[in-house]
Design a protein around this ligand. Structure first.
Ligand code: ACO
Length: 422
């Protein structure tokens, strides 16, 4: 029997136990009414428990809740950055493709799963709405599933639906889902996007990583034809290019005619676009990020960003000045696949500077290597593209300095060869 919770004061008592790990649908898909209730009722659980928020966009979590809660995520994105800065966030550093097997094996424990769902269709199927992802694996593992059924959550086509009997408790709400913050591309992002757009052929299948650059790239693809999408996430730019007839998915080597994604991060426009839209198929992470699936994607253009890249092609996508802001995420899953894909483009695109700092650095230094240089592909800044595939360390240094900001090139030349070991 599904417990019906009061939307004004959802009482979670008895649903969460000390020692539990509570995981929920992330970003725009966050079940905010439940996450806020959980944070407020944390002391009533009766002992410490862990939460795994993924990308946290809402105000539900705050550092002072570390009195009862252990915070774990895979990223420092959104509100997680405040938790990281306060020293209360722990990070699970893993490739996105590993989430489903880790959840199934119990290496990543999921006791309670909290979801935002769309109301059921005429066949009684609740839609997972704005995110499928690792939730598909978690549904099969969690002891307890609690749902916020939001009548403004888009009903989306996906591989998994839920029925009332799957749900231990439900709160029924009506609110606009969270929207991912929109970053307007400036001249630097636009110059990067122009370089990347020049590399992408008609008929390519695109993947988008997190951050400002992918959306900027999409705004430069209006003149392309028959693009396809197989991605972990999509946003407003994809909706725009479908409406413009640029994304048709017609030439995809797998799933022709449809967009495949794990989630949506965007505004109401993207949310409206996916509502009851059979052109967008939501899939679990096994499918969106799995090496066996990605091996069949031809002309695969993986578009990801970075905090910094060194002169040999090592990528840091995680740390800025000692604070965890990024992720390992799906970047390496997709970059590797794009390297192997016939006609593939493994792209890491980033501004050449952040304030006075060069983001093209001699060495990654104290920070983390998220993508090793053996997986390096094409690095793009506003100053051009450096295709590192097949290049030696010495050749890479020259190409990378050429795409650094001119003001930093002399310093990079001076530091370039120390420590290369050759
Ligand atoms: C679900 C999936 O499929 S995920 C698929 C792919 N996986 C991923 O994309 C995960 C890894 N990548 C990421 O997390 C992101 O792309 C990032 C963090 C690398 C870049 O994201 P963006 O939002 O574009 O970051 P941005 O360039 O704005 O940098 C973030 C902040 O750090 C600052 N910063 C970045 N690099 C530096 C630097 N080298 N020195 C100093 N400051 C820096 C920026 O100025 C910015 O500061 P602000 O937020 O105060 O304005």
């Amino acid at each position: 029997m599904t417990r019906q919770l009061n939307p004004d004061a959802p009482d979670l008592s008895g649903l969460i136990r000390p020692g539990d790990t509570v995981l929920w649908s992330q970003a725009d898909a966050e079940p905010v009414v439940l996450t806020r209730a959980l944070a407020a009722q944390r002391a009533a659980v009766g002992g410490r428990f862990t939460v795994f928020p993924g990308i946290a966009l809402s105000d539900a979590l705050a550092p002072e809740q570390a009195d009862c809660i252990d915070f774990v995520s895979y990223c420092g994105t959104g509100r997680n950055r405040a938790l990281a800065k306060a020293g209360v966030l722990d990070i699970l550093p893993c490739h996105y493709s590993e989430f489903p097997p880790m959840i199934r094996s119990g290496a990543l424990k999921v006791d309670v799963l909290m979801l935002q769902l769309a109301p059921p269709d005429e066949q009684g199927r609740y839609s997972l709405g704005l995110a499928h992802e690792y939730l598909v694996a978690a549904i099969g593992k969690a002891r307890t599933i609690i749902a916020e059924v939001n009548d403004q959550c888009p009903w989306t086509h996906g591989e998994r639906h839920l029925r009332e009997e799957d749900l231990a408790a439900v709160v029924r709400t009506s609110r606009p889902p969270l929207e991912s913050p929109k970053v307007e591309p400036g001249p630097v992002e636009d110059a990067i996007a122009a370089h990347v757009a020049g590399l992408i052929p008609d008929g390519a299948t695109l993947q988008f990583g997190l951050g400002a650059i992918p959306e900027a790239i999409l705004s430069r693809l209006g003149g392309h034809r028959d693009l396809g999408v197989h991605s972990g996430t999509i946003g407003d730019g994809v909706a725009r290019l479908v409406e413009a007839g640029v994304i048709t998915n017609a030439r995809k080597s797998i799933d022709p005619g449809v967009i495949v994604t794990g989630m949506v991060m965007g505004s109401r426009r993207a949310h409206a676009f996916v509502h009851r839209n059979p052109l967008v198929q939501f899939r679990g992470t096994d499918y969106t990020h799995g090496a066996d699936v990605l091996a069949r994607v031809e002309r695969f253009a993986a578009l990801n960003s970075a905090v910094e890249v060194d002169l040999t092609g090592q990528v840091n996508a995680e740390l800025v000045g000692g604070t965890y802001v990024g992720a390992v995420g799906g970047a390496l899953d997709f970059l590797r696949a794009a390297r192997r894909s016939p006609g593939g483009l493994p792209i890491v695109a980033l501004p050449s500077t952040a304030g006075a700092n060069s983001r093209i650095v001699a060495r990654i230094g104290a920070a983390t290597v998220s993508t090793p240089r053996s997986d390096a592909g094409i690095v793009v800044t506003e100053h051009g593209a450096a295709d590192l595939r097949g290049l030696t360390l010495r050749q890479r240094v020259a190409r990378m300095i050429a795409i650094a900001a001119p003001a930093h090139r002399e310093q990079l030349e001076r530091e370039a060869h120390a420590g290369l070991g050759i």
